[in-house]
Design a protein around this ligand. Structure first.
Ligand SMILES: [Zn+2]
Length: 215
């Protein structure tokens, strides 16, 4: 069954503290107040198919991006894709440190990963990765240590963002989401089984964070 394109998850009403960098970014972009939404769990169909291209750069998109920032903050995430609050649209937000521990904040619409010069010559970096849609679980995953996405800002202007460190991982992880891929889909069999059985146990015990769908 295909859910409707616009499907707002239930609102989260507790534990929301917005990082000053995110607050500033939202103010500068003249975003409306956002509402935190519950984060979709692995298994929700909206996470497992490619999202739709964004073609309208108006108030609805601004509200969506505001809701995404606030949802990311409620869940203490460093990045969030629209389908993680149940919305079928190619956009993600981030507030994530790069290799020099500087937090970078932004929103990217219709992102596509583009090759970075020299990337193929640099060995991939293995690090622990986690996802708000697979709450509480982490697994080591190798990814290129530098990444660049090309897309649009929330007004439709062309935008490129390049990142290293955790930001490189985040740009790849979030673009994957919009293509219907979770990081666990990139894990080898045994690691995947470990993460999934641990998640199942967490779900059956009702041990999900307050911001998670199903909690
Ligand atoms: Zn994720």
């Amino acid at each position: 069954m295909t859910p409707p394109a616009r499907h707002d998850n239930a609102a989260v009403t507790e534990g929301i503290e917005i990082d000053p960098d995110v607050r500033d970014w939202m103010k500068q972009a003249r975003l409306p107040e956002g509402t935190a939404r519950k984060v979709t769990l692995r298994g929700n169909p909206v996470l497992h198919r490619p999202c739709q291209e964004v073609t309208e750069f108006g108030d609805e998109l601004r509200q969506l991006v505001a809701d995404m920032f606030v949802s990311m903050e409620a869940a203490s995430g460093v990045g969030l894709a629209a389908n993680q609050i149940g919305v079928d649209a190619r956009v993600f937000v981030y507030n994530c440190p790069d290799a020099s521990e500087e937090f970078q904040t932004g929103a990217i619409v219709n992102p596509v990963l583009v090759p970075v010069p020299g990337q193929a010559l640099t060995p991939p970096v293995e690090d622990e990765e986690g996802c708000l849609s697979v709450p509480g679980e982490y697994a080591p995953l190798a990814r290129p240590g530098v990444a660049e996405v090309q897309g649009q800002d929330i007004t439709g202007k062309p935008l490129r963002v390049r990142g290293d460190g955790l930001l490189a991982r985040c740009l790849q992880h979030e673009t994957d989401h919009l293509n219907g891929l979770l990081y666990v889909d990139r894990l080898a069999g045994p690691e995947l089984s470990r993460v999934l059985s641990s998640l199942e146990e967490r779900i059956s015990k009702g041990d999900l964070p307050f911001w998670s769908e199903g909690a």
